[in-house]
Design a protein around this ligand. Sequence first.
Ligand SMILES: [Zn+2]
Length: 257
Amino acid sequence: MPRTYFMEDLDAFSYREAVVGGAPIIVPVGSIEQHGPHLPLNTDVLLAKAMSAHVASAIGGIVAAPIVYGYKSQQRSGGGNHLGGTTSLDGATVIAIARSLVLEFARHGAKRLVFLNGHFENYQFLYEGIELATGELSARGSDVSVMLLSYWDFVDEATIEEIYTDGFPGWNVEHGGVLETSLMLHLYPELVHSERIVDSPPATIPPYDILPVRPELTPDSGCLSSAMAATAATGKLLSERTAQNLSKAVSAEFAPP
Ligand SMILES: [Zn+2]
C-alpha cells in the first residue's frame, strides 16, 4: 500500500500501482455553502473527506481529490442559494463532473469507485453523471462498478436515539446543526466558533419550494436547526460509528483485493 491514501499527495507511479492493484477510489463530494456563523464554508468538503479517509484506511482504498463545489443550496435543506458565501454549480455541471471523473478513473484502470457525498443537494446530479458514465463503459465492455452514498445515511438508529434525546429533527434540517457541528468539533475544532452558535428552534419552512426564493423563510442564522447541543464527544461517537457502518457497506460490495 502507498504511504498515504490521499490521491493528491501520491506520486503518479504509486497511484497507478495502487489503482491497477485493485484499490477502490473514494471521491469525496462537498459544497462551498454557508453553514451559519459558527462553521466554515467548506464544512461539507471537510466532512466528506474525513469520512472518505476512514473508509480508505479500512478497505485499502485511495481518496480522490474532492469535488469541492456542489449543486445549489436549497432553502429546505441548506438555507438557500441566495445567501452570500454559498457558491454553487448548475445541475448540468455537477452531472458533467461526475461523468468525467468516472470516465477518468476508469481510464486509469479503476474498477471500483465510491462517490461519498457530504452535501444533501448533490445526490441526484451525481447519480445522473455516474449513470451516464457507467452506461457508456458497459457498452464498451468495461466492468466498472460505482457506489453512491451520503454519509449521514450510515448513522444508525441507535446512535440517532442516543444523540437526539429530545427527538430527531430530520437530516434535511440538520444543516449547520448538531450532526455537522459535533463532527467538526471532533475533527477540526480549530475551525468551529462555538460562541457564535445561534440557538433557534428548527426552521419552519413549508413543504414545497417557491422560486425565486422568499429569503424571509430562511432563519437569519442560515442554520435550519440549533447546534447548541453539539459536542466533540458526540462528534467522536458519530464519526466512529458512521465510519464503521460505511466501511462495512463498502467492503461488502468491494471486498479488499
Ligand atoms: Zn453541510
